[in-house]
Design a protein around this ligand. Structure first.
Ligand SMILES: NC(=O)c1ccc[n+]([C@@H]2O[C@H](COP(=O)([O-])OP(=O)(O)OC[C@H]3O[C@@H](n4cnc5c(N)ncnc54)[C@H](OP(=O)(O)O)[C@@H]3O)[C@@H](O)[C@H]2O)c1
Length: 325
């Protein structure tokens, strides 16, 4: 199978921009789809052979037509929170969209699909709507007739534009002295976005990766509290972190859900939800880190995160300005 042109859904986001860079360097032509070209064009249009296309990818006819000249598809679309609380939003974006992508691939005889899932995704055993819908979508992709699927199941992903360390850095800047933290004991093995992109790029054209599901983690595991303390050190905001009891963490998730319409009206991503709380009931760690099996040496947070967080603080911006002078 020769792959020249790839359709990337969800390619305008954090992982997508890094992955597009890697694929572009390998010489692939890319069609990246977005709901808002104007808002996303600054991230991507400088790459050669990349078309950034505004489309409604939930419309089966549009989706199939847009993918008709592609040799492979990459699905990166994912959400961490839905507007309701019963799982239908997750089902729509993760499961129904994946089914439409499968159909579009079959209609266009596209035989290669890379599918982005998440660590602990499990259609029946997942603890949250997020994890169950991710698991169902992954299973459907692997069950599709005539398509060689590889799925990727990362722990939390870090990198310059991530929403994990950057969000905690913003919160630590805002909240003085004492920082109450929900789910402080939840465990994560943060994986570097460049490593994820390398894994996906390397797997694309290699038949030995067909049908495989890869768990992707960094080299170390940390409790959430340790990661927030590390973030504080990176930006020079050492707060006293108070782990919230489990029942209060759950209530905090519910409270954010009830206030969800406010975040929506303000155009701000909801920082926490009951579903997020339920996802943390499973440690986001790898039993076996497939990055290593893929020949990639996992990058640790310590050598990367301070570099991009420091430049975001006022003090860091000033230091960078002085260095640049
Ligand atoms: N980041 C992590 O720590 C992490 C960890 C595990 C798994 N993952 C998975 O990795 C994938 C990429 O994550 P990311 O961090 O790059 O996410 P991201 O920055 O939020 O990007 C997601 C992309 O999906 C598109 N999208 C979101 N909702 C959509 C909807 N309702 N309909 C159509 N398109 C929609 C957005 O495109 P437009 O807004 O341009 O339309 C956006 O570019 C996701 O599947 C995520 O679940 C991420």
């Amino acid at each position: 199978m020769t792959i020249k042109k790839i359709g990337i859904l969800g390619g305008s986001g954090f992982v997508g921009c890094t992955l597009a860079n890697h694929l572009s360097r390998e010489g692939y032509a890319l069609k990246v789809f977005t709901r808002d070209r104007e808002a996303k064009r600054h991230n991507l249009i400088l790459l050669p052979e990349l078309d950034l296309i505004e489309a409604n990818i939930h419309d089966q006819v549009q989706l199939s037509a847009h993918l008709s000249d592609c040799d492979a598809v990459i699905n990166l679309v994912g959400i961490l929170n839905e507007r309701g609380r019963r799982g239908s939003g997750f089902h729509h974006v993760h499961v129904e969209l994946t089914n439409k992508i499968i159909r579009a691939c079959q209609e266009n005889n596209i035989r290669r699909l890379l599918h982005m899932s998440a660590i602990n995704a499990d259609a029946s055993g997942g603890t949250s709507h997020y994890l169950r819908s991710k698991g169902k979508a992954e299973d459907n992709a692997h069950a599709a007739d005539g398509i060689h699927v590889t799925s990727f199941r990362p722990s939390v992903i870090f990198g310059k534009e991530d929403s994990f360390f950057n969000r905690f850095a913003s919160l630590l800047e805002l909240i003085p002295v004492i920082f109450p933290l929900a789910c402080a004991e939840a465990r994560f093995s943060p994986v570097f976005v460049e490593d994820v992109a390398k894994a996906m790029t390397g797997a694309l054209a290699e038949p030995r990766h067909y049908g495989k599901r890869y768990d992707l983690c960094g080299p170390n595991t940390y409790a959430l509290q340790e990661l927030v303390e590390f973030t504080g050190k990176c930006i020079g905001r050492n707060r006293v972190i108070i782990p919230l009891p489990d029942a209060i963490s759950r209530m905090q998730g519910l409270a954010f859900d009830l206030a969800g319409f406010i975040f929506h009206a303000l155009g701000i991503e909801q920082p926490f939800s009951r579903d997020n709380y339920l996802s943390t009931k499973m440690d986001a760690v790898c039993r076996c880190n497939d990055l290593v099996a893929l020949g990639i040496s996992p990058t640790a947070i310590e050598g990367i995160v301070p570099g991009y967080l420091t430049n975001k603080t006022q003090r860091g911006k000033y230091a960078a300005y002085r260095r640049a002078k």
